[in-house]
Design a protein around this ligand. Sequence first.
Ligand code: 5AD
Ligand code: SF4
Length: 476
Amino acid sequence: MISESNKVLDESRQGEAITLEQTGAGNGKKFYLESYGCQMNFSDSEIVASILAKEGYETTRNPEEANLVLLNTCSIRENAEQRVRNRLNHFNVIKKRNPKYMIGILGCMAERLKAKLLEEEKLVDIVVGPDAYRELPGLIEEVEDGRKAVNVLLSREETYAEINPIRLNSNGITAFISIMRGCDNMCSFCVVPFTRGRERSRDPESIVHEAKYLHDQGYKEVTLLGQNVDSYRWNISKKGEIIEPEKETVNFAQLLEKVALVAPDLRIRFSTSHPKDMTDDVLHTMAKYENICEYIHLPVQSGSTTMLKRMNRGYSREWYMDRIAAIRRIMPDCAISTDIITGFCGETEEEHQDTLSLMKDVAYEFAYMFKYSERPKTLAERKYQDDVPEEVKQRRLEEVIEIQNANGLMRNKASVGKTFEVLVEGVSKKSENELFGRNSQNAVVVFERGDVQPGTYVNVKVTDCTSATLKGELVA
Ligand code: 5AD
Ligand code: SF4
């Protein structure tokens, strides 16, 4: 599971409108696109932009000026869906003035709410699921002919492998590359397997090609995206057998190596790792290549083995701690982040305490922390009672956050006095005179700009910190 704009993830990007340097043919067709949810959705929006640009569509940052408004939506928690509904109501006010205005939803809410949004509430004209973006031009034509248009079919093959995404809101330095789609894990709380369908991996050649292309364009960092990158497999069956003997097989460790070899000054990140599937091979590959960042997002969800069983995560607390030990053994400086859910079905006080103690033991650099929100169709909805009272979910969430804040500060303080290589990403939000970037461990580092340019690597000695940021000064 890819944490919400997680990562690699930046809450401030939610709902952000896109900008585009490349424009369409200028035939007056304009679209406006907002993205919600995980990085995968942001990455998908770049595929959609590419498909629409081929049709002559230009982008606009002003929804009033567009003929077509698209929302790339998220279903992971109920409040994510609520945000999108509020936006749909807003765009329908514009549509009242301009009946030709088309409103479409893409992404995870498409499959879930197609009938409701299209027919019952009449809030949208177009509904397109995550595997049907190639059909978008045809669907737009249907709407122009006065019909409602919908395609939410999920595919076992679609990976958009050869589509060259148009980078949206890009800093020209960091980019996402989608390496697989869907998820077969069926964690009991999670709606993703239902909204995004079966897991499938993208052709490794097209992935390496995209990384090379980005590097040629001046990009310095790529993040490989998948719901569970450790189960990436090319020409290997689910059971681990070779499918076509005369062809190369590629697992995730091998894919990482291929991308790392594209260029020594291209940093590689990836998300998300799954504790049940993460192999030592992946860790050894990370350790072997300087340009693979020492940062792993390894969602634990809960520190209790009985709870992990109800969550259908496929590992125990002991297994997870063994994976943490392997990371520390193979890469002592690797940063680790996690996702936590509080108040999942039947969570006892003891199980909650297990989560707190695990967080203390691991001392994560970073965590994304959520209250459980029941999702339709999931195993949990069918099998378990959402029986933890709201105030208990909230109190437990606050306790989790408190521990994480302390851990984050402790981790950052331990970095004071150390010097890191930082990839400069831009000007700090707080001051024109300061730049920011990230070190290999994904910590944000702020420093006085000197004559340094974004897109370059610099060495920064950390002199101070908050729980969220490292502050430092340039060193030679
Ligand atoms: N309720 C709360 N959090 C959830 N997540 C996934 N499904 C739910 C849900 N139903 C969280 C998990 C996942 C992250 C992206 O979102 O922690 O790793
Ligand atoms: Fe992640 Fe599990 Fe959801 Fe798959 S089912 S996306 S592994 S949380």
